[in-house]
Design a protein around this ligand. Structure first.
Ligand code: C5P
Length: 380
């Protein structure tokens, strides 16, 4: 398609899919490290991270939407035109148009994916704290399954027998990795920085991964349940966002602003209700950012980038191709976790991961002409 948008001559569709694969691998590693590298009492608040993520993503989307709303901004530069663009009258016009678009009649539709994504983004932290990087990555691939299910239900997409078979293999591969992760031995050398303490709240012991004292076991079952729930919200929210986006003329960045605005409410709930007393001299900002190490910031910034790229992928490709991109990131983060976290490769892990990758490949084989997948966006 010659009219498709490009970046440096390459189709935006593939650039965004590739960027998403890299981002996914990075996020899993950085998020996990940000959780396990500090003593448990010094853990940053996941709820704060989710809130800051939404604020930054919303702010960036707002800035892009504001630039896109004025077609003249992209025109060749001239001093007089630049002055006109910066004039208060022009700003007033721009802001009024943008406000009208953001608070459109159908903006409520974004409240559904917004709530789902906030839940998902919180669940990710629980999963990353209780599962090792590779197991998390592979198990999270089950979102291909939920995405398919919701595509069938909401987008009325029809799946061929090959695709259903691929989904079955996917579930089997995830199962194999899951079973072996419970039995796997941990790396024997504990890093000196990791103190033997118990972890508060929803973050049970995570010492196992880095090989701390044997009393430090992560809770793979807790992690697994968190991933399963996150897969449900991922599939539903992704398909719902795709449906809203492709079913209307509204700009992607306006949709993103709406998504972030609706996210603020559920993102604030855990912060308001878990507000801790007893930090004299610390204002609410201090409490919000308590223990925000550079690793915590790196996690949030990687998530922000991921959210923006995900939106581009859903617009220019679709949720199913998105699944393919993220399964590529398994290989990347698997190799990284061998190097960084002393992850041991077991034959079962190799078998399970290969099954997942094979299934993803099979799922993404082009359909034969005349077969299923006449997708119609019929709801809403
Ligand atoms: O795992 P999954 O691909 O479903 O994760 C999607 C991520 O992208 C979520 O963290 C969600 O908050 C983010 N997202 C976003 N803006 C969109 C769509 C998704 O920030 N328009």
């Amino acid at each position: 398609d010659p009219s498709a948008p490009t970046v440096c001559g390459l189709p935006l569709k593939y650039v965004s899919l590739f960027t998403l694969a890299i981002q996914n691998a990075l996020l899993t590693i950085i998020m996990h490290y940000s959780r396990v590298s500090t003593a448990p009492a010094q853990a940053y608040s996941a709820a704060s991270a989710v809130l800051v993520n939404e604020l930054l993503k919303g702010g960036i989307s707002l800035a892009i939407a504001l630039m896109r709303i004025d077609a003249d901004i992209g025109a060749p530069f001239s001093f007089t035109r630049a002055m006109q663009l910066m004039s208060p009258a022009r700003w007033h016009l721009r802001l009024r148009r943008l406000r009208r678009e953001i608070f459109s009649n159908d903006c409520w539709k974004l409240s559904i994916p917004a709530i789902l994504y906030v839940i998902q983004n919180n669940l990710q932290f629980v999963a990353a704290s209780n599962l090792d990087v590779a197991t998390f990555q592979v198990t999270y691939q089950m979102k291909i399954l939920t995405t398919a299910a919701f595509s069938v239900m909401l987008l009325r997409r029809k799946l061929s027998a090959t695709k259903w078979l691929a989904l079955l293999f996917l579930a089997m591969g995830v199962g194999i990795v899951q079973i072996q992760s419970g039995a796997r031995k941990v790396h024997p050398t504990p890093p000196p920085s990791f103190a033997a303490e118990s972890i508060e709240g929803d973050l049970p012991n995570v010492g196992d991964l880095l090989g701390a004292a044997p009393t430090h076991t992560m809770r793979p079952l807790t992690g697994f349940m968190a991933v399963c729930a996150a897969c449900m919200t991922s599939g539903l929210a992704g398909v719902y966002f795709e449906m809203v986006l492709k079913n209307s003329q509204a700009d992607l960045w306006v949709r993103n602003v709406q998504l972030s605005l609706f996210s603020l409410i559920p993102a604030l709930v855990p912060i308001v209700f878990t507000a801790e007393a007893g930090y004299p001299g610390q204002g609410w900002l201090g409490r919000l950012f308590r223990n925000f190490t550079p690793w915590a910031w790196a996690t949030v910034l990687t998530q922000v980038a991921g959210g923006l790229v995900t939106a581009i992928v859903i617009k220019h490709a679709d949720n199913i191709l998105k699944g393919f991109a993220t399964s590529l990131s398994i290989i990347l983060s698997f190799l990284a976790s061998v190097l960084l976290f002393g992850f041991t490769i077991t034959p079962a892990f190799v078998l399970g991961s290969s099954t997942v990758l094979g299934a993803t490949w099979m799922y993404n084989q082009p359909e034969q002409k005349g077969s299923a997948d006449g997708s119609t966006i019929s709801l809403l």
